[in-house]
Design a protein around this ligand. Structure first.
Ligand SMILES: [Zn+2]
Length: 269
C-alpha cells in the first residue's frame, strides 16, 4: 500500500471558503482528507520580498494581524466539512519567522498559535508546517517538544541540533526522504508538484511517479495559486481534480491525513 497526504498551505481568515470548496469538493466527496496548513494569526501586510506582497493575501494589504477565529463563515465551512484537517502553519507567516527569531519568541509563537487554533474550535494540531521551509536549530528543538510531525521540504545538517546528526546521517545513508527522532516524525516532500509554475501537461504523471516511488508521499499545493490575483486558473484546477481521480481510482493508494499517520502507526518507508 502507498500512502498520500494532501497538504494545502496558507489558509487564513481572508481565505474565501468558495476557493477551498471549488478545489477540494472532488477529494471530500471521495472520502479523501485534505490537510490545511493554517496560519494562526496571519500578518495581513506580509511581504515575500521588499515591496512584494505574499500571494496568499490575494493582492490586498492591510496593516496588522488577524487570528483565524476572525472569520466565522470560514470556520463554519471548515467545521461542516470534517474532511478538512487543520495543521499549524507558522504563526504570523512573516518572512522566515521560524528561522530568524530567538528561541523564546519561537516558543511563544508556537504555543499561542496552537491556542488560537483551539480557540477557533479545532483540535490541537499534532503537525507543524514551517513557512518557507526555514527552521532554525532552536526552532527544531521547540517543535520536537510539541509536535508529532514536522513537515518541510528538506533537511540541512547545519540547521539541525547536533544531537540529531547521527539519525540524520543514517537517513542520508539510506537515501530516505522521511525520518524519525524519538517520537517526532520528520517528513520531507518531493517539491511542490502541484504548482502553477510547473508544466500542466506532465503534472499528473510526475505525481504518479512520485507516489509510486515512495511509501508515503506528501503532496503540497497552495490554494491561492489557483486564484492568483483574482484570476481563476481553470487548467490548473483541472489538474488538481485529475489528481483526485487518479488517487481515488488506484486501489493500492490510500489518502490519509497527517494525524492518521500517527494514529494508525503507518511506517514511513
Ligand atoms: Zn506558507
Amino acid at each position: 500500500m502507498k500512502y498520500v497526504i494532501i497538504r494545502d498551505d496558507d489558509t487564513h481568515p481572508l481565505t474565501p471558503p468558495d476557493c477551498l470548496e471549488r478545489l477540494y469538493r472532488p477529494f471530500l466527496d471521495r472520502g479523501m482528507p485534505v490537510n490545511l496548513a493554517t496560519i494562526p494569526c496571519v500578518r495581513t501586510d506580509a511581504e515575500f520580498s521588499p515591496g512584494v506582497l505574499e500571494g496568499f493575501l490575494l493582492g490586498k494589504s492591510t496593516p496588522g494581524a488577524r487570528p483565524i477565529a476572525d472569520n466565522p463563515v470560514l470556520l463554519e465551512y471548515l467545521r461542516s466539512n470534517p474532511g478538512f484537517r487543520i495543521v499549524q502553519h507558522g504563526y504570523y507567516h512573516d518572512l522566515y519567522e521560524f528561522e530568524r527569531h530567538p528561541r523564546e519568541e519561537i516558543a511563544r509563537r508556537l504555543d499561542h498559535g496552537t491556542e488560537l487554533l483551539c480557540e477557533a474550535g479545532f483540535e490541537a494540531p499534532e503537525t507543524f508546517v514551517a513557512p518557507y521551509d526555514r527552521i532554525s536549530r532552536d526552532a527544531y528543538r521547540e517543535l520536537a517538544k510539541r509536535f508529532g510531525i514536522i513537515s518541510t521540504g528538506w533537511f540541512e545538517l547545519n540547521r539541525l541540533p547536533p544531537a540529531w546528526w547521527p539519525a540524520y546521517f543514517l537517513k542520508k545513508a539510506r537515501k530516505q526522504e522521511h525520518w524519525q527522532l524519538g517520537s517526532t516524525r520528520l517528513l520531507g516532500h518531493p517539491g511542490c508538484l502541484l504548482s502553477y509554475q510547473r508544466p500542466f501537461g506532465t503534472m499528473v504523471d510526475t505525481i504518479r511517479k512520485a507516489v509510486e516511488s515512495r511509501k508515503v508521499t506528501v503532496l503540497v499545493t497552495h490554494w491561492w495559486e489557483y486564484f492568483y490575483l483574482g484570476n481563476v486558473n481553470e487548467p490548473f484546477i483541472e489538474k488538481l481534480h485529475e489528481t483526485a481521480e487518479y488517487l481515488a481510482s488506484d486501489r493500492d493508494i490510500e489518502v490519509i491525513s497527517f494525524a492518521d499517520l500517527l494514529k494508525k502507526g503507518i511506517p514511513l518507508h
